[in-house]
Write a protein that binds this ligand. Structure first.
Ligand code: FES
Length: 105
């Protein structure tokens, strides 16, 4: 399991043990952070799975794909730490990652 700190929109945070090979979006929702709506269910067409990533492990995330980049470009809340959580598959290298649910656009 891969421990990571997930912080919801209300500022509540807790450590989530994510499974290797799972979708980061699904792990965040399974942990009860349902404000991460993910309405396209991972098809990379809604951007409602937007998160901000932090910590050393953020530098070990896979690079962003073109579709992810284009969708995030439309977000008012995009920062240099923005990612779409449905596009990230959990790996052991992500241990210690901080994931904050982004404000709603
Ligand atoms: S769930 Fe829709 S883009 Fe990630």
């Amino acid at each position: 399991m891969v421990p990571m700190l997930v912080i919801g929109r209300s500022g509540d945070g807790r450590v989530v043990e994510a499974g290797v090979g799972t979708s980061l979006m699904e792990e965040i929702r399974a942990a009860g952070f349902l404000e991460l709506r993910a309405i396209c269910n991972g098809c990379c067409s809604c951007a409602t799975c937007h998160v901000q990533v932090g910590g050393e492990a953020a530098g070990r995330l896979p690079p962003m794909g073109e579709e992810e980049r284009e969708l995030l470009a439309e977000s008012e809340n995009r920062t240099a730490r923005s990612r779409l959580s449905c596009q990230i598959t959990v790996t052991q290298e992500m241990a210690g990652l901080t994931v904050t649910v982004a404000p709603e656009d």
